[in-house]
Design a binder for this molecule. Structure first.
Ligand code: GLV
Ligand code: GLV
Length: 321
């Protein structure tokens, strides 16, 4: 019999087309998030699971699937939604989708950086509400990237791609922090510094690291207090890195100048979130990898990760756990 795979959402066709050749595919074929009880029902008896970052894959899901489950592959680069230690215990290889979304996510990071540094949200509002009086030499002044120091928290695949994008804008210095020094630092002339040093010296601070138990709430009041009052904070990794109440207070009180967030905690961000009342805070709905090309490649890579397991081959992108 052909192996069974369960797909937890409607995804770009590329991956499904590949899977259909070899698997019996069942799917939550909708654009809304699968309810937990439907997930438990859907995984029952399947050999492979194709999931998303919005699915919580815990012990209950693994138990509901059953012992025949051979692999879990997420259509994302982040994997904090999966109970990795439980997968390891059960010898279930986990696939993910790095690299194929790197450029798209770096591009979105640059979009947020440019938009917040040049105050585009306020500027657009001024046009729309008529508060734009005249071309004014001392109005709507932002901070350009030319000559700036940019601090990247996490110089991994995405952080490095962002650093490459920054160079042509004439930044004078790129500093980064993280668990360890990156072998890629020379490529972009980046300097490894402490987190505190980065906070104190950067004009722009970019969250580009993955979320772990150790960096939950890393950007809290203490961190915002160390930043320059002209600093702009951009986060395109995970909302859990940020204490949002502290961020609100820092923006509201002028401790920092602005923020651009593609990720929040929770997602979606409730429409009554105080962050949305701030003209210096631009919030996007987690669209870092949302290009046709990247999402199609993510769908394909997730399928290829699954297929490799059943062909007894190396997964193209297996999580090292
Ligand atoms: C997006 O956030 C991803 O993890 O792929
Ligand atoms: C701006 O529009 C200028 O001409 O300087």
């Amino acid at each position: 019999a052909r192996p069974k795979v369960f797909v937890t959402r409607r995804v770009p066709a590329r991956g499904i087309d590949l899977l259909k050749d070899k698997f019996v595919v069942s799917q939550w074929d909708r654009e809304d998030r699968i309810p937990p009880e439907e997930l438990l029902r859907g995984v029952k008896g399947v050999d492979a699971l194709f999931c998303l970052l919005t699915d919580k894959i815990d012990k209950d899901v693994l138990d509901a699937a059953g012992p025949q489950l051979k692999t879990i592959c997420t259509m994302s680069v982040g994997y904090e939604h999966i109970d990795i230690s439980e997968c390891k215990k059960r010898n279930i290889p986990v696939g993910f989708t790095p690299d194929v979304l790197t450029n798209a996510t770096a591009e979105l990071t640059m979009s947020l950086l440019l938009a917040t540094s040049r105050r585009l949200k306020e500027a657009m509002t001024a046009v729309e509400d008529g508060s734009w009086g005249t071309w004014n030499p001392i109005w709507m002044l932002g901070h350009g990237l030319d000559g700036a120091t940019v601090g990247i928290v996490g110089l991994g695949r995405i952080g490095l791609a962002v650093a490459k994008c920054l160079l042509p804008f004439g930044v004078s210095r790129i500093v980064y922090s993280g668990n360890s020094q990156s072998k890629n630092e020379q490529e972009v002339n980046a300097e490894f510094v402490s987190f505190d040093y980065l906070l104190e010296h950067s004009d722009f601070i970019l969250g580009c690291c993955s979320l772990t138990a150790n960096n939950m709430g890393l950007f809290n009041a203490e961190a915002f207090n160390k930043m320059k009052t002209s600093a702009i904070f951009v986060n395109t990794s995970r909302g859990g890195l940020v204490n949002q109440d502290d961020l609100y207070n820092a923006l509201k009180s002028g401790k920092i100048a602005g923020a651009g967030l593609d990720v929040t905690n929770p997602e979606p961000l409730p429409t009554d979130s105080p962050l949305l009342t701030l003209s210096n805070c631009l919030v996007l709905p987690h669209i870092g990898s949302a290009t046709e090309k990247a999402r199609s490649a993510m769908s394909e890579l997730t399928a290829r990760n699954i297929i490799a397991v059943f062909d007894n081959k190396e997964m193209p992108s297996r999580l090292n756990i």
